[in-house]
Write a new protein. Structure first.
Length: 279
């Protein structure tokens, strides 16, 4: 499932390519045809991302709500006219500079402002939005919960936009075991975790990819890392410390993987000792 940085990049790109344009809207797939007709010929005014939700505003008051889910994606065509759409395209928007295709979303619907506000009200703070109180709200929800911190990070009512990769990597970098109950964290540890999420997701928006290993590190044959070099990846492996890895890329210990909150979780139990766990 795309994580928050992907959605915020999609918002930026959509606004760059079609912001201010009067768009031609269609639904090649047919499932969104009636709603596409309502925004056909409207001007695209604004695109906002909240966690994994995208809201596009058009003049006339129409609001498009999109959630990509597991299989959704955007495709852009900067050469006009665009190629013929495939049958999987739920929505095509064509402006004066580019065309945008949306395929496979979990949610694609028109809502009113109250509908958007209802979605946003159910979400936790988004590390990618400039929200001075976001860290405090995150800490309040974590410190009041008996649930494992690894489950809390996947709960969009606790923090919006964090997915499985950022969960694994943020907890690794903060030396927190995913099964540790939220209420056992200190205020300082919770604040540091929030700030780590802010830094990681903002870097993801900038890069267009999740890279959590310091680029000054390169892989040793043993699987651990050493200083020097220019990249944290090798042979196409993800630039991650524990996510999707068999061995920790810091200490080379085996990475444990198991199901937590419905997704595969990863941890190095040397670098993330299982302290503070309750039986």
């Amino acid at each position: 499932m795309p994580e928050g940085h992907t959605i915020h990049r999609a918002a930026q790109q959509s606004l760059l390519l079609a912001g201010g344009d009067v768009v031609v809207a269609s639904s090649p797939q047919g499932r969104f045809a009636a709603s596409a007709a309502r925004i056909d010929g409207a001007r695209l005014l604004r695109v906002d991302a909240w966690g994994k939700h995208l809201f596009t505003s058009f003049d006339g008051g129409e609001l498009l709500h999109v959630h990509l889910g597991l299989f959704g994606r955007f495709a852009t065509h900067e050469q006009l006219p665009p190629p013929s759409p495939t049958e999987s395209v739920r929505l095509r928007l064509v402006g004066s500079r580019a065309a945008l295709d949306l395929s496979g979303p979990t949610i694609c619907r028109l809502v009113d402002p109250a509908g958007r506000d209802g979605v946003v009200a159910r979400l936790g703070p988004d590390p990618l939005r400039r929200d001075p109180g976001g860290g405090e709200r995150f800490a309040t929800r974590v410190l009041a919960s008996r649930a494992p911190i690894g489950a809390l990070l996947m709960n969009q009512t606790v923090v919006a936009g964090v997915g499985n990769v950022y969960r694994a990597e943020a907890l690794f970098l903060e030396s927190l075991h995913p099964e540790r109950p939220g209420r056992t964290l200190s205020v300082e540890a919770t604040a540091a975790l929030w700030q780590r999420l802010v830094v990681l997701l903002r870097d993801g928006v900038r890069r267009g990819a999740i890279v959590t290993i310091d680029p000054a590190l390169v892989e040793r044959p043993s699987g651990a890392l050493r200083r020097g070099g220019a990249t944290g990846t090798r042979r196409g492996r993800p630039a991650t410390w524990v996510y999707g890895q068999q061995h920790c890329r810091r200490c080379a210990a085996p990475v444990r993987s198991w199901e937590l909150a419905g997704r595969r979780c990863y941890a190095c139990e040397v670098c993330q000792p299982p302290v503070g766990l309750t039986g």
